[in-house]
Structure formats: structure tokens, C-alpha cells
Design a protein around this ligand. Structure first.
Ligand code: NDP
Ligand code: MG
Length: 400
């Protein structure tokens, strides 16, 4: 490849490369070698997985967030004969996200651990493909301000928000007033326990919760889908991305996951984006925007699907959606607390230390007991996150 062709290729940093979104992103990148290059890859602890990706994609930099794994990464890259530079630690994630090692950052780390690199990319004016919804739930105001000030291109790749982005008039992101838009409607698959009564959920296992009917995803978001917290986080995400009032964000359960979300206009028009449930569509959209590229996703066969169903969410069996709406109405500090408590509760559930129905109880108790809401700047949000994690953890230990 000539030097000018090489320079014309978009350099993509994939943060969370070893995860489910990371794999889908790299699949799209691999389909367009003359257009994109994975210049940075990161993982948390999965050194073997990261090295294998480096062998395949030959990035300039590989970052392992857990510093204890640095030597293994360095030695593994050297043994594979790669010139990839090894780095470690969460500070390295932020430094590289904001550096000239990449033009585009795919924010696909799970949890608030993704906040630092997402924010650094926003401040540096990068194109950001945002999958890491927790970062906008924790620090939506800060992130949107950084995007506005730097001129970063924030492209949502959460499938619902990507759908809404495609159905809204431009500019879709953070626009102040959008005459003509009545509301946005997020679709929810309902998860593996759709239609179950509360009593039936008492003894469900992590394996059942992670067996999503339509999507193959990481374990944390799979549990969030099962509790409907994922949809709660997405309501908060939609509020920040699209500057939508809480009352102008609806949720409808749609078991087939074909209609990814909708926008209602005041004249009675409703625009929807449809497609097979495959994250590569949204990722290809974000990578190539405003153009369209092949994503490896088969075309929709509506006649084969036959029926598209819609129903209201059951907030009695799945109270997390209501808790998220309440936190959004209360303000930014409350959503930070909600997210932190949820990360702790989901992790405890996955490790067998908390019942499924204990998840919303932990969220509710943490929100009720932690009255401190902070000043809204980054240090106070991080402190609030830490306090909420400690409190949620002690509530869970108390219960066990
Ligand atoms: P996975 O669990 O599959 O992958 C998570 C990635 O983040 C892995 O690369 C993991 O590294 C890395 N990681 C985990 N913890 C840390 C940490 N503390 N510091 C740095 N890196 C870390 O998750 P998903 O790909 O499913 O989800 C990623 C994000 O995208 C989430 O925010 C999720 O809500 C969102 N999302 C996912 C969708 C999906 O279809 N999967 C759909 C829409 C949104 P390691 O492998 O080493 O643990
Ligand atoms: Mg989603």
C-alpha cells in the first residue's frame, strides 16, 4: 500500500476490543482494509485475547487496563514478533484516546471504567462511536459539554440510539430545540424473562439471565437486559444524546428486536429504523458516516419474520426501568449513584452473591441512603461513584 493510501485510512482505536462490541467492530474493520485500520486495541485482563487480536490487526498500540498484566502483554507481543507498543493502566487509556494515535474512538469498554477514555476522546475532538452507555449515564452533562466545546463527532452505536439518530433531523446530537419532534420511542426486547411474573423471577440463575433471545452480548449488559435496567440506562442515554425531556422518551417492548427505535413527529408521522439484530449495522454506520458501507448483515426478510409485536413494559416485575426514570428526574448525581449501585449489584448476582430480585432492591436502598449528590464536576462524580459502590457492596454483604 502506498504511503498516501496508508495515511488516508481512518485510524480506529477500539477500546474494549476483546468484548462483544469489540469483536463486531473489528469484523466491520476487517471488511474494509483500504478504508480503516485498527491503530489501537485495548482489553482489561484478557492478555491472550488481546495478543491474538494484535497478531491479526497489527495495531500501533495495545493497552491492557490491568497493570498486573503488563509484562505478559509486552512479552507476548515480542514473542509474536510484533512492533505493537504495549501500554498498561487506565491513565494510558485516556492518554491514548486523546492522542494522535487515532482519529476515531470506539468506546466499547463496559461500565464506568470507560468514562476516562470516552471523555478524553470527546475533549480531543475525535469521532466517538459510543457503545459504553454507562459513561453518559455517569457524566452526561460533562460529556455533552466536552463534545460541544471540541466539535467532536459523537455517533451513538447503541442500536436504539443509532436508530433514533437515523430518524431525527440533523443535527441529531444535543440539539437545543427540535420543532416538530413529539417524542422518541425506545424499543426493548424484554429480555429472557419477558412475560414472567415477579414471583417467577425469585430463583433465576445468571445463566438464565444471560441467555438473551435475540442478541449475544457481554454478561453485564445481558443481566441489564434481563432486569430492564438496560432500557433504564438507555432512557438516560437518550435524554443526554438527544436533549429529550424525560416525558418525551417512551419505552415499548418489541420481542422480535427488528424495529430498533422510532421518532414521533407532531404531524402524526412516525419514523423507524429496522434491521436484523446485529450490532455491525450501527458500528458500520458510525465508522463510515455520512456514507454507508457493507457490514456483513443479511438484508431484512420481513415476510419470513411475519409478525412484529409491541406491548407495554411490566414495571411491577421489572422495577429497574422506573428507578432509572426517577433518578433521571432527580438529576445527574442520582444517575451516577444508580449506575454504580447497578454495576456492583450485577457483579454480585453474576457471582452468586445476590438474588435476581435483590438487584432493584440494592439500587433503591443505595439511592435512598446516599443523599450526597455532589457538584457535578468530574472529581465529585468519581467520588460519588466510589461512595455508591461502597454502600451497595455493604448492603449486599448485609443481605447475604
Ligand atoms: P463485554 O463484556 O463483551 O466486553 C467488555 C470489554 O471491556 C472487554 O474488552 C473488557 O476487557 C473491557 N473491560 C472490562 N472492564 C474493564 C475495565 N475495568 N477497564 C478497561 N476495560 C475493561 O461487553 P460488551 O461488548 O457487551 O459491552 C460493551 C459496552 O457496550 C457496554 O457498555 C454495553 O452496555 C454496550 N453495549 C453493548 C451491546 C452489545 O451488543 N454487546 C449493545 C449496546 C451497547 P476483558 O475482555 O479483558 O475483560
Ligand atoms: Mg441498546
Amino acid at each position: 500500500m502506498h504511503l498516501d493510501q496508508e495515511q488516508a485510512r481512518g485510524r480506529i482505536a477500539v477500546f474494549g476490543a476483546t468484548g462483544s462490541i469489540g469483536a463486531s467492530t473489528l469484523d466491520v474493520i476487517a471488511r474494509h482494509p483500504s478504508r480503516f485500520r485498527a491503530s489501537v486495541l485495548s482489553a482489561h485482563q484478557d492478555v491472550e485475547g488481546l495478543i491474538a487480536l494484535c497478531v491479526r490487526f497489527r495495531p500501533d498500540i495495545a493497552i491492557i487496563a490491568s497493570e498486573a498484566h503488563y509484562t505478559a502483554l509486552r512479552d507476548g507481543l515480542a514473542q509474536a514478533g510484533l512492533g505493537t507498543r504495549p501500554m498498561a493502566g487506565s491513565q494510558a487509556l485516556s492518554d491514548v484516546a486523546g492522542s494522535d494515535a487515532c482519529d476515531t474512538v470506539v468506546a466499547a469498554i463496559v461500565g464506568a471504567a470507560g468514562l476516562g477514555s470516552t471523555l478524553a476522546a470527546a475533549r480531543a475532538g475525535k469521532r466517538i462511536l459510543l457503545a459504553n452507555k454507562e459513561s453518559i449515564v455517569v457524566a452526561g452533562a460533562l460529556l455533552m459539554r466536552a463534545v460541544a466545546e471540541s466539535g467532536a463527532e459523537l455517533l451513538p452505536v447503541d442500536s436504539e440510539h443509532n436508530a433514533i439518530y437515523q430518524c431525527l433531523p440533523t443535527p441529531a446530537i444535543g440539539a437545543a430545540a427540535r420543532p416538530g419532534v413529539r417524542r422518541v420511542v425506545l424499543t426493548a426486547s424484554g429480555g429472557p424473562f419477558r412475560g414472567w411474573r415477579r414471583e417467577q423471577l425469585a430463583n433465576v440463575t445468571p445463566e438464565q439471565a444471560c441467555a438473551h433471545p435475540n442478541w449475544r452480548m457481554g454478561r453485564k449488559i445481558s443481566v441489564d437486559s434481563a432486569t430492564l435496567m438496560n432500557k433504564g440506562l438507555e432512557v438516560i442515554e437518550a435524554h443526554w444524546l438527544f436533549n429529550a425531556a424525560p416525558d418525551a422518551i417512551e419505552v415499548v417492548v418489541h420481542p422480535q428486536s427488528i424495529v430498533h427505535s422510532l421518532v414521533d413527529y407532531v404531524d402524526g408521522s412516525t419514523l423507524a429504523q429496522l434491521g436484523n439484530p446485529d450490532m455491525r449495522t450501527a458500528l458500520a454506520y458510525g465508522l463510515a458516516w455520512p456514507e454507508r458501507i457493507e457490514a456483513g448483515v443479511p438484508p431484512l426478510d420481513l415476510a419470513a419474520i411475519g409478525r412484529l409485536e409491541f406491548q407495554p413494559p411490566d414495571e411491577r416485575a421489572f422495577p429497574c426501568l422506573r428507578l432509572a426514570r426517577e433518578a433521571l428526574r432527580e438529576g445527574p448525581g442520582a444517575t451516577t449513584v444508580l449506575n454504580a449501585a447497578n454495576e456492583v449489584a450485577v457483579s454480585a448476582f453474576l457471582q452468586g452473591g445476590l438474588r435476581f430480585l435483590g438487584i432493584p432492591e440494592v439500587l433503591q436502598s443505595t439511592l435512598a441512603r446516599l443523599h450526597e449528590r455532589g457538584a457535578g464536576d468530574l472529581p465529585s462524580l468519581l467520588e460519588l461513584d466510589k461512595q455508591a459502590r461502597r454502600l451497595a457492596d455493604s448492603l449486599i454483604r448485609h443481605e447475604a
